[in-house]
Design a protein around this ligand. Structure first.
Ligand SMILES: Nc1ncnc2c1ncn2[C@@H]1O[C@H](COP(=O)(O)OP(=O)(O)OP(=O)(O)O)[C@@H](O)[C@H]1O
Length: 396
């Protein structure tokens, strides 16, 4: 299996001049750009960029700007392609991406109660009408860094240009408020019916932790927890969002199964560490989503290695390549690996975000790459317009 992020780009000739020494004219430059875009192959562009691009326009002045409308986040990846084009054309080339992210699934939930919830949500213009795609972030085992990863992936998707919300479904240990720097904050309501989500550096956030004391929530039994969660999801006045990430409670018991069934989830992502006991529970997580027919996009291996700040040595504290083997054995993708890094722990503890402060930094790059893989795989694996599942028409 290939590790995500490797780019398999077909070589294009260095070509600011023709073989006879003449400079390329503007239509030759345009053709060269289109050829490069269609021949660029990576895990997220298995059939090139043009196969998934919805609109392309090119402006040529002193600089060249390529405007693309895309169905998933990819700015960080295509910035690298713009660099290659700049070198090849001996001129500054920028790729500007506008996103047109559509819901990959339509829902008609089975039982009457769910249907009623859904209708109510639809009428009130909340989750069904406003949120394009809900992605559940789950882990079989507790403490593997699921909440930390959810928060950072939400910021990373935002850095890539998406409109993102986060919903803390970890009813028994809502840690998202403090990770977002919103501890002790309360949501308001403009109409006395729907709650306005809190804003965390541009993310729309909702958590049971905003509404009740942590100690009160921990004693809730299944139905109470599940109805509290439904309220959070459907009685929040979500703005228009491309993605709503749900931080699921750890485990694969009844509560998790009920949530996975009740929520109109487009797909799930499993977070694990490379440790054997975490992997065994992560497999249970995959099985749980299979049971309720929610596609699993892949797994994120957290705390994969620690990089010594002094000598740069990589140590695999929780074992090596466990996530990769598991993904292979269960025919899913390894969406990426994250280091065990003190800065990640400190940001989570202090409610800060290096991803927002330093969006081109090393930590941001790790999360942004995984965020792009999630967004692309959701489109490629689940959307009817995906070139892997259907033929699409490209408008150029
Ligand atoms: N990549 C990382 N590097 C360093 N510390 C991390 C990393 N990921 C998570 N942590 C730290 O590990 C601890 C557990 O993380 P977190 O609360 O996100 O786990 P969880 O799986 O959501 O836990 P729970 O099962 O309680 O919901 C936290 O202190 C967090 O700061």
């Amino acid at each position: 299996m290939t590790m995500f992020g490797k780019i398999f780009s077909k070589k294009t000739p260095k070509t600011d001049v023709k073989s006879n020494g003449e400079a390329l004219n503007s239509s030759e430059i345009e053709q060269f750009i289109k050829d490069t875009l269609s021949h660029y192959i990576s895990d997220n562009f298995p059939q090139g960029v043009l196969a998934v691009c919805q609109e392309l326009s090119i402006t040529q002045n002193k600089k060249i700007t390529i405007n693309l409308i895309m169905p998933f986040v990819c700015q960080g990846e295509l910035d690298l392609l713009a660099q290659t084009l700049s070198e090849n054309l001996a001129c500054t080339v920028r790729i500007k991406i506008a996103l047109a992210i559509k819901p990959v699934r339509q829902f008609s939930l089975g039982n009457d109660k769910n249907k009623a919830d859904q209708d109510k949500a639809g009428q009130e213009g909340t989750v069904q009408g406003k949120v394009a795609n809900i992605i559940a972030i789950a882990s079989g085992k507790g403490g593997v860094g699921k909440s930390t990863t959810t928060v950072n992936l939400a910021y990373a998707l935002m850095c890539e240009g998406a409109r993102v919300g986060i919903l803390d479904a970890d009813i028994y240990g809502p840690s998202i408020p403090s990770m977002l720097g919103l501890k002790n904050e309360k949501p308001s309501s403009s109409d006395g019916k729907l709650m306005t989500p809190l804003d965390a550096k541009g993310l729309s956030a909702m958590s049971i932790g905003f509404l009740v004391d942590e100690a009160d929530a921990t004693v809730w039994r299944g139905p109470m927890a599940s109805s509290a969660f439904n309220q959070l999801l459907n009685e929040t006045d979500w703005p228009e969002l491309d993605y709503l990430l749900i931080d699921m409670p750890p485990g694969t018991g009844d509560i998790q199964l009920t949530l996975a069934q009740k929520v109109p989830v487009a797909a799930a992502v499993i977070v694990t560490t490379p440790q054997d006991i975490a992997l065994i529970d992560a497999v249970k997580g995959i099985a749980m989503f299979d049971k309720v027919k929610v596609p699993v996009l892949g797994i994120v291996e957290n705390m994969s290695y620690h990089l010594c700040e002094n000598c740069g040595h990589q140590s695999h504290i929780f074992g090596e390549a466990g996530g990769e083997h598991m993904a292979h054995d269960h025919e899913t993708k390894l969406l990426g690996q994250l280091p065990l890094d003190i800065a990640i722990r400190q940001d989570a503890d202090f409610g800060e975000s290096d991803i927002i402060e330093n969006s081109a930094g090393e930590i941001a790059n790790h999360y942004r790459k995984i965020a792009r893989n999630i967004s692309a795989q959701l489109f490629l694996q689940c959307d009817i317009a995906s070139p892997l599942t259907a033929t699409i028409t490209t408008r150029i």
